[in-house]
Design a protein around this ligand. Structure first.
Ligand SMILES: Nc1nc2c(ncn2[C@@H]2O[C@H](COP(=O)(O)OP(=O)(O)O)[C@@H](O)[C@H]2O)c(=O)[nH]1
Ligand SMILES: [Mg+2]
Length: 261
């Protein structure tokens, strides 16, 4: 169910060929031809003129490119770009956000996993919160369990909590979950969090937090960043992260800690 929060709608600045939207949402896509719920994205942009989407095809080897071409042809607020070779989620999100800021005037940008495990009504909820409160410059969803609404498989929950504990020690911030696949940020902060390449393809979210703290400090974080617990999660399965990569995560976390501390 989509909540009826009204957003302010800003007119296009003179000389801007595109329709001004409040938020450009980047969706990294690696071999998503069978998983991408194109109908849901299309219905959402039709209902909510304040959003545009930029899909990043990350060197997919299935029919993702053809699918994106078809769905983006159906709306002037759905776009796609292609990376010539598979570069991993971090690089796809980074390139997508940099491109979004370059191409579109939206004051906010976001990213969202293609599988819509975090549904579009949740995206709308967090974006509405950010847009309506000028104090919030960065917001991130988190997977706090809620019986019957946010249920996580036990293995994933335990892994997530272990990672979260280590992350909290590294960041020295009272954050519950840094890894949820939906974050919204003000456009002027994109060059700070996305300027350099990331160390880790899957823990890059933690690097975003470190970069913000490095630039603005922890007090800024307390005032201008907001954690928004998910109200609904749709577990889709079919995770793209490999077992081999899971084993590498502690080392990557250590490397991130060493780099930013
Ligand atoms: N660009 C890129 N995106 C990826 C890659 N692997 C996964 N993704 C994207 O990252 C998002 C999250 O992937 P998913 O498999 O749902 O991960 P999980 O649910 O967090 O385990 C999806 O939008 C994927 O298409 C990759 O190698 N490259
Ligand atoms: Mg997923």
């Amino acid at each position: 169910m989509l909540r009826g929060v009204r957003l302010t709608f800003t007119a296009s600045p003179p000389g801007c060929a595109c329709t001004m939207t409040e938020c450009c949402v980047v969706v990294p896509c690696f071999n998503e031809a069978d998983r991408l719920l194109s109908g849901e994205f299309m219905a959402f942009v039709q209902s909510y003129p304040q959003y545009r989407f930029l899909f990043v095809n990350d060197g997919s080897t299935d029919h993702t490119a053809a699918l994106l071409e078809r769905i983006c042809g159906a709306s002037d607020r759905m776009h796609w770009m292609s990376l010539t070779q598979n570069s991993g989620k971090a690089a796809a999100v980074r390139k997508g956000l940099l491109e979004a800021v370059e191409r579109y005037a939206s004051p906010y940008v976001a990213f969202l996993d293609a599988d819509l495990a975090i549904p579009l009504d949740e995206l709308h909820r967090i974006c509405s919160l950010v847009i309506s409160d000028p104090d919030i410059q960065f917001a991130f969803m988190s997977k706090v369990p809620r019986k019957g609404a946010v249920d996580l498989p036990v293995k994933r929950y335990l892994m997530g909590r272990t990672l979260a504990l280590m992350t909290r020690m590294s960041l020295r911030l009272p954050v519950y979950d840094t890894q949820c696949g939906c974050k919204v940020i003000r456009r002027d902060l994109v060059s700070i969090v996305m300027g350099e390449s990331f160390i880790s393809p899957w823990l890059f979210d933690i690097e975003m937090f470190h970069r913000l703290i490095r630039r603005f400090g922890r007090d800024w974080f307390a005032r201008h960043a907001r954690e928004v617990p998910l109200e609904r999660l749709v577990e889709r399965g079919g995770s793209r992260i490999s077992g081999r990569h899971l084993l590498k995560l502690p080392l990557e976390l250590w490397s991130i800690h060493r780099t930013y501390s």
